[in-house]
Design a protein around this ligand. Structure first.
Ligand code: SF4
Ligand code: SF4
Length: 375
């Protein structure tokens, strides 16, 4: 396993992190322990969880007792709260669940709006407890996760309050590139959220995506594309069962520049967008705001992937989160378009946005409510 410096925290993290959101899933706790053991034996000694991930912290607390604490780097995440005292209670809850007296890294979970940022930074609020916890060596470092607009992530980065950021950024979703660049300028650690799931359901890829990636797997190619960017510290991988590690571990020791074969495969992915012809959306965002609060670029990104790469299951998975995940996945479903035309003059590609939105809704909406999955 290769390791990278986690920005100004000076921690050395493996380029793959074990994201423990799925740790509560196997009924048999031994299965979760096996998944964890497989990660740690491969050198993945950074384990990332959250207070909101069901019984993840408790299970980890039991499982990790079998390992030397000094060999592990633990991150947990706690959502913004209004008061110092409440934050202290939450920190203590996480430590009790994890059966630990300290953790190396704490993230404020989900600073997704300006209101969330204001709540986080409020005088006498949660950052006061975090600073005290750092002074008392209960917490090593402070970061945050941002799941919504790049603007809010940039505003949070620019406060200078945090040492690392946890965000969405993948080959198939590059809107947060400005945040990656800014975090690197600020010498912050950068952790990529769930590249195989949120980045395209790449562990269940359609044939077209597999063929275009061959001889690499889509997981492998996306990981390599990410890790070719030196600003990125680590990719969080949320395996449920030990057997799922195989594809991910293909890149654990490959930290170098992209090979000609990898570049050729990525070029095939890039070229595939051309098959969309003049219905391709560059996801630039210039068409916003929409008075009906439709997240036009995100809807049309899902259309690009469904039409261009046969990523229907991923498109449906993300589309059903509109109106179901609050600030974690903002925007209303495309069926709310009134054809008012406000967005049309703003689109540099002159796309017929209402028509494409209607088509995408018909393509992706399954008529069932989506379940919030921490976006
Ligand atoms: S035409 Fe539809 S998508 Fe465009 S701004 Fe109006 S309601 Fe929004
Ligand atoms: S302005 Fe046009 S190209 Fe840009 S995100 Fe909106 S629809 Fe897509």
């Amino acid at each position: 396993m290769k390791y990278r410096r986690f920005g100004k925290t000076e921690l050395r993290l493996p380029i793959l992190t074990f994201g423990a959101m799925q740790v509560p899933v196997p009924e048999d706790e031994n299965k979760a322990a096996e998944t964890t053991r497989c990660a740690i034996q491969a050198g993945i000694n950074h384990i990332e969880t959250a207070q909101g991930y069901g019984t993840s912290e408790e299970r980890l607390g039991r499982i990790l007792k079998d390992y030397r604490r000094e060999d592990l780097i633990i991150t947990t995440k706690i959502g913004p709260v209004a008061t110092r005292d409440e934050m202290w209670k939450r920190i203590e809850t996480s430590l009790n669940r994890l059966q630990m007296t300290s953790i190396e890294n704490l993230d404020i979970h989900g600073i997704n709006t300006y209101a969330g940022l204001e709540l986080t930074l409020r005088k006498g609020g949660c950052m006061e407890a975090v600073r005290e916890a750092i002074d008392q060596k209960v917490v090593g470092h402070i970061g945050f996760s941002g799941h919504a607009s790049c603007e809010v992530i940039l505003a949070t980065l620019n406060t200078g309050e945090f040492e690392s950021v946890n965000l969405h950024y993948y080959y198939f979703f590059q809107r947060n590139l400005p945040a990656i660049r800014r975090a690197a300028e600020l010498d912050m650690g950068i952790l990529i959220i769930s590249p195989s799931d949120k980045g395209g359901l790449l562990y269940r890829p359609p044939d077209k995506l597999k063929e275009l990636a061959a001889p690499f797997t889509p997981i492998e190619l996306n990981h390599r594309w990410l890790l070719n960017q030196p600003e990125i510290t680590t990719l969080t991988v949320g395996c449920t069962y030990a057997s799922e590690w195989e594809d991910h571990l293909l890149v654990g020791d490959r930290d170098g520049l992209l090979t000609p074969e990898e570049m050729a495969a990525l070029k095939r992915w890039n070229e595939q967008y051309k098959t969309l012809g003049d219905s391709y959306c560059s996801v630039c965002g210039d068409c916003l705001p929409c008075p009906e609060k439709i997240h036009i670029p995100e809807v049309l990104r899902l259309r690009n992937l469904t039409r261009g790469f046969d990523m229907l299951e991923y498109g449906q998975y993300r589309y059903k989160m509109f109106e179901n995940a609050g600030d974690w996945y903002p925007g209303r479903r495309a069926s709310n378009c009134t054809e008012c035309g406000d967005c049309l003059p703003r689109c540099p590609l002159h796309l017929e946005i209402p028509k494409l939105l209607s088509e995408t809704h018909d393509l992706l909406w399954e008529g069932v409510d989506g379940q919030r999955r921490w976006a």
